[in-house]
Design a protein around this ligand. Sequence first.
Ligand code: KG4
Ligand code: ZN
Length: 341
Amino acid sequence: MNILAIESSCDETAVAVVRDGRQVLADCVASQVAIHRTYGGVVPEIASRKHIEAIYGLADAALAEAGVSRGQLDAVAVTSAPGLIGALLVGVNFAKAAALALDVPLVPVHHIRGHIAANYLAFPELEPPFLCLVVSGGHTLIVDVRDYTDLHILGTTRDDAAGECFDKVARVLGMPYPGGAALDRAAAAGSEGRYPLPVARVHGSDLDMSFSGLKTAALNVIHNAGQRGEALDVPGLCADFSRAVSDTLVPRTMEALRRTGYGRLAIAGGVAANSRIRRDFEAACAAAGAALYAPPLKLCGDNGAMIGAQGYYELLAGHTAGQELNAYATRAIDAPLTEPL
Ligand code: KG4
Ligand code: ZN
């Protein structure tokens, strides 16, 4: 079954063709990062306009790359929540028109479910149940993936997402948006231990996380050095910051894994590309005798293929939508996508 998959929730327009939820025939991405970099973050209005300009040509390019004709498409899957509302609406409207014109099912996909499904593309043998840590620009979630479309949140952040903190600290350090990857590279050259940064505990909720105190502490280090005229050890701070984020994520995720008894941990989302976090999970899973699934970096960030993978399983579960489908800026991972809030 060939699925045309559309993703436009933030600043990447992405169209993919995926066969049977597991095989990527084409995965085309038009990134807007260079445009938003001027502003230090995503400008929603500009993002919507750029999606409109890119999406039609990108869909044609994806079909050509896949060697699949329009008539050979069996369904159209699209991210309909969560994300920037104007940006989502571009993809949703394009997908509706395509599904109508091709007379095939329209399948709405939750963006975070898509991130998790990137693992199905990277690891053909991976099947639910397993545990997944999703760490992206907007979300930090420990998810019990009981089945392809039966997902439950075991832990989450009480304030900022991990990616948000990476981006904020990187921005104050003068690194270009989105700063997570640049901060990761800088950390590689640093040695740890110079800047003790806090790892917060959420009282009474041992699988939940908090990053705002860590973010403030890192920003204070930068500002204090500036005020005192002291040289800042940027690579050292990046290394200590990455360690503190990892020390927040890894023990809670491993505890959740222990409780589920699955012995299989997947990681997903842009921050799952972080080298420190990947290293620490490799060590923790080896020590626990658990299997770790860490997708290649290309599949960690936003892409269309992950939407095609999850879309396939949503279609099998009968989760299709009509032409009245709307987009939603926020939506729980376990809520239906076809009903207004
Ligand atoms: O999943 P994603 O591409 O988009 C969202 O759905 O948010 O995640 C983007 C986030 C950004 O915050 C970006 O800075 C972060 O992932 N990121 C990283 C790394 N690569 C991307 N954070 C830390 N280390 C990295 N290597
Ligand atoms: Zn994402």
